[in-house]
Design a protein around this ligand. Structure first.
Ligand SMILES: Cc1ncc(COP(=O)(O)O)c(C=O)c1O
Length: 355
């Protein structure tokens, strides 16, 4: 892909690439050499630049630290067999970031700034994209308030940064989940559909309780009555019950509009699978589990693409799901999405960009 915006680059004098053990990557711990930065002041984005990844200088009165005007995105770059770098649906991350920005009273970011910053950063740090099977370069674009002012109001100034980290396979093992009926992730009128820092902060305590009880993740239910399944950790969630795939709709403003979710729905349509976007109630899930009718349950998200769920805790009981056949929908859709992302199968919906 051709790039056009002239973004000044300051290259690192001490690359960490040669000291990085690519066979032993822990998610989010290893950061690549450079970052893209843009500043918002006087009503516009300016001072676009790529510079060495380094600590930021912030005043203690920084508004984001106090009131959480902070949003982020997550996407990945992959290396194909020819060593070319591929990114998946980055335009969808850009538009979702702007939806989050609107909800959090933050400025929107022009597509050109997001895409050119991303493409030019990846071009510079392309040696950081791992080539092992299932590995990738995780990309973290984020925006936060930079006013030095502790009055509660939208900041006038912001910083947008993209940095990247090489990562191995995220959830290689199937996961266990606990249906959460006490704590709430989001409620109608709240910020559940925005990818904003506070949502994740609020989820830490309940998630930790679930982990202490021996489960990998929570299955969130709606905040009002805790009677409908919404999403799971940092994933949307889908169930195949009696041959039908069911996933929660995203029009309540309580669920993140996952890009993987959207891609899985599109592939299910392409394959004439029966799929319903509707709420699955906890009681319907329980009856289906009791009757052995849950053929598949899985999370969808950038980190894992598809995370198979093998155990669901509900009403004090653990339900173990049956082993899935090799041609199960979740296996097929994972293989198709991986194939598109690594450039080994056709990309009929123009989801990828080769750098
Ligand atoms: C709360 C939440 N739900 C769902 C998802 C899945 O979204 P995506 O498929 O775009 O990664 C994420 C991850 O971004 C998330 O944080």
């Amino acid at each position: 892909m051709k790039t056009s915006l002239a973004i000044p680059v300051t290259k690192t004098q001490s690359s960490r690439l040669s000291q990085t053990d690519f066979s032993n990557l822990v998610f989010g711990k290893t950061i690549s050499d450079h970052m893209f930065v843009a500043d918002f002041k006087n009503g516009e984005w300016s001072d676009l630049r790529i510079e060495p990844y380094a600590p930021l200088h912030l005043n203690p009165s920084n508004a984001a630290l106090h009131y959480g005007q902070s949003i982020f995105e997550g996407l990945k770059a992959y290396k194909n067999e020819n060593g070319e770098i591929i990114i998946f649906r980055a335009d969808a991350n850009w538009s979702r970031m702007n939806e989050s920005a609107e909800r959090m009273c933050m400025p929107s970011l022009p597509e050109e700034v997001f895409m050119e910053g991303l493409l030019q950063l990846l071009e510079l740090d392309k040696a950081w994209v791992p080539s092992a099977k299932g590995a990738s370069l995780y990309i973290r674009p984020f925006m936060f308030a930079t006013d030095d002012y502790i009055g509660v109001k939208p900041s006038d100034t912001y910083k947008f940064i993209i940095f990247t980290c090489p990562v191995g396979n995220y959830y290689s093992k199937p996961v266990s989940v606990k249906v959460e009926t006490k704590f709430t992730r989001a409620t109608e009128g709240g910020t559940g559909a925005a990818k904003t820092a506070g949502n994740y902060a609020a989820s830490l305590f309940p998630a930790l309780q679930a982990q202490k009880a021996g489960y990998d993740q929570l299955l969130w239910t709606d905040g009002k009555s805790h009677s409908n399944i919404e999403e799971s950790g940092t994933m949307n969630v889908m169930f195949k019950i009696n041959g039908k795939i069911i996933t929660a709709p995203t029009n309540t403003g309580t669920i993140l509009k996952g890009i993987t979710r959207n891609s899985v729905i599109q592939l299910a349509k392409d394959w004439d699978e029966s799929l319903e976007e509707r709420f699955l109630s906890v009681s319907e899930l329980k009856s289906a589990l009791e009757a052995g009718q849950v053929d598949e349950a899985f999370g969808t998200g950038t980190a894992a693409t598809i995370a198979h769920i093998y155990k669901i805790h509900l009403d004090g009981k653990d339900y173990i799901l049956p082993e899935k056949p090799a041609d199960a929908f979740s296996h097929r859709v994972l293989a198709a999405l991986d194939g598109i992302k690594y450039g080994t199968v056709a990309d009929p919906h123009d989801w990828i960009i080769k750098i």
